[in-house]
Structures are given as structure tokens and as C-alpha cells.
Design a protein around this ligand. Structure first.
Ligand code: NAD
Ligand code: WQD
Length: 338
């Protein structure tokens, strides 16, 4: 099938492109390079031994999207394109709402005009906020988002749900990712944060590489076994494969509803300190870290109940945390020429 991957020059989109091509699908990437360069597109081409078509365009540009759909005639879209920095979204809410909502609506309108029926959307565990009961299932009530970024993901889920209910010509799956980490085992693609990383693992790898002096661990006085936050860290290749499974469910007409939602995580809660210590052991490096105060807006704990994805998508996270942490370090060293 022919699949448009929006935001395919980015972290998760590039890994998904590789898995889609490996599963026999044709991919076209569209990205405006607002948060990426061509490194991961080139890396994906090398991994696949293929010249993957790349179009530089903004998904909010209806004219550009029309031209793209006219040129290629897609069977499906995987919509990754979004701005994703939680802190930045607080200071630039209009940019975040404009980009994340407009890009989705423009893509949906273009799909309808061109008769492209299937879309997979990048949602996030952020829609749950701090849940009362853990692990979270897809039925766990969503909590009001604590940032414009989080709210944009909730709004996008609502836009999808309303659109699909109204028109009857689209099928969608929203995947709620937990915390994606790691890199392709080839070390040809991975996460390339611009400036100071916001997320934990890129900060760890940059500290290990000597680019950051010290890792700050945000609080060890939470009500958790070692006092640090608990998250569900999922290998990016496992996450990429969940997209292939979701698409194939739609292509095979196996969706039980025209709009479905799945948690994509491992089902395992890992603390910040546990992640840091495993990273040190697996990679044989010593991390300079210290405990500092809590980070505003952090939730204490979240991890996924993955039963629905396991059962309905026939997908389960396969990679061990150790292998994932090794892949992240391999990628950081490759990027730094170490
Ligand atoms: P990323 O920034 O690496 O990739 C997103 C890509 O989209 C970038 O290459 C960027 O240039 C592009 N883009 C943004 N706006 C665009 C637009 N209007 N038109 C065309 N291209 C545009 O981010 P990622 O980590 O790969 O995340 C992919 C998706 O997954 C995002 O929707 C993100 O919100 C979601 N998500 C990410 C995480 C995470 O922790 N990485 C967790 C949950 C959900
Ligand atoms: C993980 C843990 C930090 C950095 C964010 C978004 C969420 C989703 C995933 C997109 C937390 C701790 C971190 C550091 C630290 N993205 N930490 N020192 O906050 O779970 O989720 O990314 O949808 O929406 O909010 O991920 O990687 O920032 O933090 O101690 O330098 O690491 O406090 O406990 P988070 P993260």
C-alpha cells in the first residue's frame, strides 16, 4: 500500500518509515523540517537500500497537500507532524495550536477530497494526566491537559472522533505513545533534539558523551518505590512496528469501530533512577547526576495497560530495556563521531 508519512524526517516517523518499507509498503515522506534535518531521511534510505521519496512541505498548506495527494494517490496517512516540546508550548500556545490542529484538519480535508480512507494519528499518554488508577487502559478518563501541547493532542483526538462519526468515509486509529526511547540498531537513525533536550534519555546520552556537564534528576521524594517518577519507556522500533500493525488492521478491514484508540507501551513501570542505573551498567559508563527539586507539571507515575493493543493489533513490545539503552548510546556516539 502507498502511505504518506507526515513528519517522517523526525524521530518516530523515520523509524516507522523503515518498518513500513520492511513490511512491503511504499512510503512518501512529507516534512517541513521545522524540527528536523535530512539526517534521518538519509539514514532511512541507507537502511532500506531505497530512495524514499521526500517532499518538503507544510501540512497546514492545503495547496501543497492537494498537489501531493494528486501526485501520489495514497491509501493511508500516518500523521506524525506536530510540535512536541511541552515547555515551549506553554510560552507559544498559538504556534502549537495552529500547527498541531491545522495540520491534522488540513490532512483530513485533503484525504476526503482525494478518497484516501485511512489515518493513523500520533497521540500520547499525556492525555491521561495523573490517573487515579494504574496502569491506564484506553477507558481511563482523560484529564484536562496541563500544557497547550497536551491539550492539542486531546483536541486532535476529538477532531478525529467527530470527523469520522460525521462523514463515514474515513477510518482512524489513534496510538497513545508512552515514552519512546532508543534508536534503530544500525545507529543510522535516532532522536536528534535541537538545543538542550527536554526528555530524559537524550539528556542522559548527551551527559554520557560530555556535551552536558550533569544530569538533574527532578525529585526523589515522590510516593514511588525509590522516590523518583515512574514511566513506561518503549523502544522506538517497537513503537514503529505498532504503526504497521495499526495500518494493516485498517487495510484488512479488521477495525471494530471506525475510530479506535490503543495504548502503545510496554506495560512496565521504570523509575528515573532505575533508567539511569541500567544505562550505566549496560553501556559501561558513569553518569554525573544529582537530585534536584521537582519539575513543574511532572506527573508521579504512568504506565500502560497494553492488553488491547496486544490482543487487537497482534502487537507486543519485544525489545528489552537493556537493548534499547544500548541502542540509544550507540546512536549518540555515532552522531558525535565517537
Ligand atoms: P519530531 O519532532 O522528531 O518529528 C515531528 C516532525 O514533524 C519533525 O520532523 C517536524 O519537522 C515535522 N513537522 C512539524 N510540524 C509540521 C508541519 N506543519 N508540516 C510538516 N512537518 C511538520 O517528533 P517525534 O518525537 O518523532 O514525534 C512524532 C509525533 O509523535 C508527534 O506528533 C508527537 O507529538 C508525538 N509523540 C511524541 C512523543 C515523544 O516523546 N517523542 C510521545 C508521544 C507522542
Ligand atoms: C521522564 C522522566 C522527569 C529530564 C514527556 C511529555 C509527554 C510525552 C513524553 C509527547 C520524568 C525525568 C527528565 C531530566 C529528569 N511526549 N527527567 N531529568 O515528562 O514523562 O513526558 O515526553 O507526547 O507528553 O510530557 O518525559 O523524558 O521529559 O521525563 O529527571 O533532565 O524523567 O522528571 O520523571 P515525560 P521526559
Amino acid at each position: 500500500m502507498k502511505v504518506l508519512v507526515t513528519g517522517g524526517a523526525g524521530y518516530i516517523g523515520s523509524h516507522t518509515t523503515v518498518e513500513l518499507i520492511g513490511a512491503g509498503h511504499e512510503v512518501v515522506i512529507v516534512d517541513n523540517l521545522v524540527n528536523a534535518d535530512m539526517t534521518c531521511v538519509e539514514g532511512a534510505c541507507r537502511i532500506c537500500g531505497a530512495d524514499i521519496p521526500f517532499e518538503q512541505a507544510d501540512c497546514c498548506d492545503a495547496g501543497a497537500m492537494d498537489a501531493l495527494f494528486e501526485k501520489y494517490r495514497f491509501d493511508a496517512v500516518i500523521h506524525f507532524a506536530a510540535l512536541k516540546a511541552v515547555g515551549e508550548s506553554v510560552s507559544k500556545p498559538l504556534e502549537y495550536y495552529r500547527n498541531n490542529l491545522d495540520s491534522l484538519m488540513t490532512v483530513l480535508e485533503t484525504m476526503r477530497r482525494h478518497g484516501t480512507p485511512n489515518i493513523v494519528f500520533s497521540s500520547s499518554c499525556t492525555v491521561y494526566g495523573q490517573a487515579d488508577r494504574l496502569p491506564v487502559t484506553e477507558q481511563t478518563p482523560r484529564r484536562e491537559g496541563s500544557s497547550p501541547y497536551g491539550k492539542s493532542k486531546q483536541m486532535c483526538e476529538n477532531i478525529l472522533s467527530d470527523t469520522i462519526a460525521a462523514y463515514g468515509d474515513l477510518t482512524a486509529i489513534a496510538l497513545r505513545y508512552f515514552n519512546p526511547i532508543g534508536a534503530h540498531p544500525s545507529a543510522l537513525i535516532g532522536e536528534l533534539p535541537r538545543g538542550t533536550p527536554n526528555n530524559l534519555l537524550p539528556f542522559i546520552t548527551q551527559t554520557a558523551a560530555g556535551i552536558r556537564e550533569q544530569l538533574s534528576i527532578f525529585g526523589d521524594d515522590y510516593d514511588t518505590p525509590d522516590g523518583t517518577n515512574l514511566r513506561d519507556y518503549i523502544d522506538v522500533v517497537d513503537l514503529a512496528q505498532a504503526h504497521v500493525a495499526a495500518l494493516e488492521r485498517m487495510f484488512g478491514g479488521r477495525s471494530s469501530e471506525p475510530f479506535e484508540v490503543f495504548n502503545v507501551g510496554t506495560g512496565r513501570a521504570v523509575s528515573v533512577l532505575e533508567l539511569v542505573r541500567r544505562f550505566e551498567i549496560v553501556n559501561g559508563v558513569k553518569l554525573n547526576y544529582r537530585i534536584v527539586g521537582r519539575r513543574a507539571g511532572d506527573i508521579v507515575a504512568v504506565w500502560a495497560d497494553t492488553a488491547r493493543a496486544n490482543r487487537e493489533l497482534g502487537w507486543t513490545a519485544q525489545r528489552s530495556l537493556d537493548d534499547t539503552l544500548a541502542s540509544a548510546w550507540r546512536w549518540e556516539k555515532a552522531v558525535r563521531g565517537m
